[in-house]
Design a protein around this ligand. Structure first.
Ligand code: FAD
Length: 436
């Protein structure tokens, strides 16, 4: 079965992805696997940002909290992503206002602002060395999108009092990003980027310092839901009053109600060798990260050691492409043909979860069982905040959980078995749309 389980089909048991992050953050500290039977207040399945942040906040609130992680803390999307800590929800305020009304849209905005602030606070309070650098550029890949970027920057300044964003015209974007593929965009100095694996591992240490326990190499094989939940791993059993599913793209079929609403998508990243000052000036002089306007987003930034980190291309199904470096180099060279002779040092993939409307799924499956998932590619900040919000809900303060649960996240049509063919059709169409 391992070929049909994203927890195992592309990775080696208990090993981080072969990423630049793993190369510079050698994670020597292995944690034990669950063995025997244990009791706790809150069981969390998944040791990514959602699960570890929940553990930190619950442990601070006095709950005996245990995280069960199939591989290593930070092994999933949380330790392999682009590191961009963006502003707002995955869908823009125009969409949220039209769908939920101005007041609710404003609350979603505030939650997203709080998410960014929480990441900054945790980095500071836990002294996490994860190289935060301010600035995200949104780059328009079509001239026709530039008017919207200008209007949207003005709207956020005017209606949301968000002065950190400004419009970039053609000349300015080309001085920051040396590509003729972009025609304008916005510069958001309130957003930032980090080394996500370092952040996640720092959070894990913080959670443990508060008394939470994290077991690694402890895949949950079965869950018996009820007033008292029972989780089984190959060597142990955990019993708890509350349960948080924090598995995101790696959930598989563990919980069918969640699985119907999230789709796993694989996304890929490369880093080049270290660039010279001249090479860098000819590619990406800006320190800001960049995310472009394509439906399958290209995102990139310079690392603190002067490599170009480039994310682009995705696939659907259980297997990553055989040659990830070549797969991602293609969109990289479309944007930066001048990088054609620059060697690629690292290439890796990860799996994220998307929802039909690309808004997160916060769901209460029973009075004592919750999930936060489906951040649709914008989870670094939101997953971190989701952990705190799930912790509040378990503690009886469910206001913000219930607000997030208002985001409607319908089932994918066709059920879990038919989702892949449907998705391939949908995504192929959307990828085509970019080329029209
Ligand atoms: C390549 C890539 C680039 C991305 N870039 C960005 C970006 O730049 N900015 C941004 O905001 N977001 C980005 N994202 C999305 C972001 O990484 C995720 O939204 C976020 O990390 C989700 O965190 P999580 O804790 O919910 O899930 P994960 O970090 O995936 O953690 C889930 C964990 O659950 C564990 N698990 C699953 N099933 C079981 C089980 N049965 N038993 C035990 N453990 C289990 C897994 O091993 C995994 O470690 C990107 C994602 C990918 C893959």
């Amino acid at each position: 079965m391992s070929g049909l389980n994203l927890l195992h089909s592309n990775d080696r048991q208990g090993m981080h992805a072969p990423s630049w992050y793993a190369a510079i953050n050698p994670d020597h500290r292995e944690r034990p696997a669950l063995a025997g039977t244990r009791d706790c207040d809150v069981a969390i399945i998944g040791g990514g940002l959602t699960g570890i942040s929940a553990a930190l906040h619950l442990a601070r609130a006095g709950y005996k909290t245990v995280v069960l992680e199939a591989h290593r803390a930070g092994w999933g999307a949380s330790g392999r992503n682009g590191g961009q800590v963006g502003t707002g929800q995955r869908r823009d305020q125009d969409y949220l206002e039209a769908r939920y009304g101005a007041d609710t849209a404003r609350r979603f905005w505030q939650i997203a602002e709080e998410a960014k602030a929480l990441v900054r606070d945790l980095i500071r309070d836990l002294a996490i060395d994860c190289h935060p650098i301010d600035g995200i550029i949104h780059a328009d890949h079509k001239p026709g999108y530039v008017g919207h970027s200008r209007a949207y920057a003005e709207k956020l300044q005017r209606d949301y009092g968000y002065s950190a964003i400004r419009f970039l015209d053609l000349e300015e974007i080309r001085s920051l990003v040396r590509s003729d593929r972009y025609f304008g965009g916005t510069f958001d100095s309130g957003a930032f980027h980090i080394d996500p694996l370092a952040f996640c591992l720092g959070l894990a240490r913080g959670a443990e310092a508060e008394g939470a326990e994290i077991f690694e190499n402890s895949e949950v094989m079965s869950v018996e839901e009820g007033d008292r939940v029972r989780l089984k791993t190959s060597r142990g059993e955990l019993r708890a009053r509350y349960l948080l599913y924090a598995c995101n793209g790696y959930l598989g079929h563990l919980q069918p109600q969640i699985a119907q609403r999230v789709l796993p998508i694989n996304n890929f990243v490369i880093t080049t060798r270290v660039l010279t000052a001249e090479e860098r000036a000819a590619i990406l002089p800006s320190d800001a990260a960049v995310a472009d306007s394509k439906f399958v987003i290209n995102y990139f930034r310079m690392t603190h050691d002067n490599r170009l980190l480039f994310g682009g291309g995705e696939n659907y199904g259980y297997r990553f492409p055989a040659d990830i470096k070549a797969f991602v180099r293609k969109p990289m060279l479309e944007i930066f043909p001048q990088a054609k002779d620059i060697a690629i040092d690292h290439g890796w993939g990860g799996t994220l979860a998307v929802t039909v409307r690309r808004l997160p799924l916060f769901q209460r499956l029973a009075g004592n069982i919750l999930t936060c998932t489906g951040y649709s590619g914008q989870g670094v900040a939101l997953a971190t905040l989701a952990g705190r919000i799930a912790g509040e809900a378990i503690g009886g303060q469910a206001e913000r959980f219930d607000l997030m649960a208002k985001l409607d996240t319908p089932r994918f049509p066709g059920g879990t078995l038919l989702r892949y063919p449907m998705l391939v059709a949908a995504m192929t169409w959307f990828a085509l749309r970019d080329r029209l």
